[in-house]
Design a protein around this ligand. Structure first.
Ligand code: NAD
Length: 468
C-alpha cells in the first residue's frame, strides 16, 4: 500500500507536507513504510473537514449512526486478518497475538459500545428541569503504539456514536493499521469529514491538534510525560481533555489464595505484549514467609513463555516495539541489578541489530523504593516484593504515583476487602477479568477520565440544563 496519503473529508489525499517518517518492523528492523509527517495545512484541512461535518452529524438520527458503526464493524471483521498482519509487522507480534488481544477484542467492544448507546438516556427529567447531553464537536484522538487499533477504537467509536467528529493521529511508530481502519470508513460510506486521519510525530502534529482553535476535545492515551504536555496545551485553549496514562500495577497474592492463578494472570499481563501493556501487573506482592515457594513458581511459569521471532511460530512473544523501548528496558534491567535486586530469571539484553528482542526477566528482593518498582518499565520485567501482613500489602500497593489497575488473589471476603482499599481504576479479584463494558482509567498520575462503559461515552458529551 502507498502510505504517503491522508484520509481527509471523505477521501484519500496527497499530503501538503513533503516530509515523511519511516516505520520500522521491530522484529527485523526493515523499513516497511513511510508515512506523511503532516504539516499545519494538512492538520487545518482535517480539522476544518471535521468541523463542517459536525454541523450535520451532531443531529443525525442515532439509529443511522448506529447503523454506520455496525457496517464499520462488519467491514472490520472482513479485514481482521489483514489488520492482524499489519500489526504483526509494525508492532512485532505473532499472528495469534496480533489477532487477540490486538484486534478481535476491540471489534467485539464495538458491539458493546452499540449496546450501551442504545440504552443511553440523552435527556433526563430532573426536579423542575431537564438535563440534555450533547456532543462537543471535533475530537482529536491521539493514540499510542502498544495497542495500535484498540486504543483508537476505545476513543472514536463512543465519540462518533454520540455525535462528535474525529481527527485521529495514531502513534508514528505503529500508524499503519489506522490506514486500514480509514479504508473501512471509506468503504462503509460515512458522511464526508466525520472521520479524518492525519499522521506524524506527537511533538509536532499532536501538538498542533492540542493547540488548534477548532478542536473541542483532546482524547489522549500515552505516557505521563506526553499527557502533561497535552493537558497543559489543551487547558490553555479551554478544551475538554482526557488522559489515559501509564501504570505500575500491583498483583497481591494473599495467604490462602490461589497462587497458581495469580501468578499465571500476572505473568500473562507482563509477558504477552512483551510487557507493553499499561495495566500489566508488574509488581507481584507476596507474603514474606512464602517468598521462596512463590519465586520457584514464577520462574517455572516464566520458562513456559516462548520469546523470539514472531514470524517463527504461533503464540511466540515478539520483540519490543522500538529501539527507544529496547534501550529503556535494558537500562532498567541494569538499574535493577545496581539497586541490589536479584535477577532469578533472564539476562541483560545484548544486541538489537537484528530486532529489539528482550526475554523475560524476574527480579526478587525488590523493595518498593527501587526505581524498578516505581517507574513504568514497559518491558517483560516482573518484580517480586514481599509484604509482612495484609495492611502492609495495601500500603505497598498504594505507595506509587500510579493508579491504573491492580489484582488481588485470595479468600473471597478478604480479597474484596483488600481490593476496596487499592487506589486504582480497575481491580480484578481472583477469576475476575475486565471487559470494555466497564469504565477503564486511572487514579493519580495514571490519568484523568475514563474510557469504556457509560463513562467512556460521557467523556464526549456535555450537559445542558433546560428549564421550561
Ligand atoms: P507517548 O506519550 O510517547 O505518545 C502517545 C501519543 O501521543 C502518540 O501518538 C504521540 O505521537 C503523541 N504525543 C506525544 N507527545 C505529544 C505532545 N506533546 N502533544 C501531542 N501529542 C503527543 O506514549 P507512547 O510511548 O506512544 O505509549 C506508551 C504509554 O502509553 C505508556 O506509558 C502506557 O502505559 C500508556 N498507555 C496507557 C493506556 C491507558 O489506557 N491508560 C493504554 C495504552 C498505553
Amino acid at each position: 500500500m502507498d502510505y504517503n496519503k491522508l484520509y481527509i473529508d471523505g477521501e484519500w489525499i496527497k499530503p501538503d507536507s513533503q516530509e515523511q517518517i519511516e516505520v520500522e518492523n521491530p522484529a527485523n528492523r526493515e523499513i516497511i513504510a513511510k508515512i506523511p509527517s503532516s504539516n499545519k495545512n494538512d492538520v487545518d484541512k482535517a480539522v476544518n473537514a471535521a468541523k463542517r461535518a459536525f454541523e450535520t452529524w451532531q443531529y443525525e438520527d442515532l439509529n443511522k449512526r448506529i447503523e454506520l458503526v455496525e457496517k464499520l464493524r462488519d467491514e472490520m471483521i472482513n479485514k481482521k486478518e489483514d489488520m492482524a498482519s499489519i500489526i504483526m509487522d509494525e508492532l512485532g507480534r505473532s499472528k495469534s497475538f496480533a489477532l487477540n488481544p490486538q484486534v478481535e477484542p476491540y471489534i467485539d467492544a464495538m458491539s458493546d459500545f452499540i449496546d450501551i448507546v442504545k440504552n443511553y438516556e440523552f435527556e433526563r427529567n430532573k426536579d423542575g428541569y431537564k438535563v440534555r447531553k450533547e456532543p462537543f464537536g471535533v475530537v482529536a484522538a491521539i493514540t499510542p503504539w502498544n495497542y495500535p487499533l484498540g486504543q483508537i477504537i476505545k476513543k472514536i467509536i463512543p465519540a462518533l456514536l454520540v455525535g462528535n467528529t474525529i481527527v485521529l493521529k495514531p502513534s508514528q511508530k505503529t500508524p499503519l493499521v489506522a490506514y486500514t481502519l480509514a479504508e473501512c470508513f471509506d468503504k462503509v460510506g460515512f458522511p464526508k469529514g466525520v472521520f479524518n486521519l492525519v499522521t506524524g510525530a506527537g511533538s509536532k502534529v499532536g501538538k498542533m491538534l492540542t493547540e488548534h482553535k477548532d478542536v473541542d476535545v483532546v482524547s489522549f492515551t500515552g505516557s505521563v510525560e506526553g499527557g502533561k504536555k497535552v493537558g497543559e496545551n489543551s487547558i490553555k485553549g479551554i478544551k475538554k481533555v482526557t488522559l489515559e496514562l501509564g501504570g505500575k500495577s500491583p498483583a497481591i497474592l494473599l495467604k490462602g489464595g490461589d497462587y497458581e492463578l495469580g501468578i499465571k494472570k500476572a505473568l500473562n499481563t507482563v509477558y504477552n505484549n512483551t510487557g507493553q501493556t499499561c495495566s500489566a501487573f508488574t509488581r507481584l506482592l507476596v507474603p514474606e514467609d512464602e517468598k521462596e515457594i512463590i519465586e520457584k513458581m514464577v520462574v517455572e511459569k516464566t520458562k513456559k513463555y516462548k520469546f523470539g521471532n514472531p514470524y517463527s511460530e504461533e503464540k511466540i512473544v515478539g520483540p519490543l516495539a522500538s529501539k527507544k523501548q529496547f534501550d529503556k528496558v535494558k537500562s532498567y534491567i541494569e538499574k535493577g541489578l545496581d539497586e541490589g535486586a536479584k535477577m532469578i530469571y533472564g539476562e541483560i539484553p545484548k544486541d538489537s541489530s537484528k530486532g529489539y528482542y528482550v526475554g523475560p526477566v524476574v527480579f526478587t528482593d525488590v523493595t518498593n523504593d527501587m526505581k524498578i518498582a516505581r517507574d513504568e518499565i514497559f518491558g517483560p520485567v516482573i518484580s517480586i516484593i514481599t509484604y509482612k501482613d495484609k495492611e502492609d500489602a495495601i500500603k505497598i500497593a498504594n505507595d506509587t504515583t500510579f493508579g491504573l489497575a491492580g489484582a488481588v488473589f485470595g479468600p473471597e471476603i478478604e480479597a474484596k476487602e483488600v481490593a476496596n482499599k487499592i487506589k486504582a481504576g480497575t481491580i480484578t479479584i481472583n477469576q475476575g477479568s475486565p471487559t470494555h463494558k466497564a469504565p477503564f482509567g486511572g487514579y493519580k498520575h495514571s490519568g484523568i477520565g475514563r474510557e469504556g462503559g457509560v463513562a467512556g461515552f460521557e467523556a464526549f458529551l456535555q450537559e445542558k440544563a433546560i428549564f421550561s
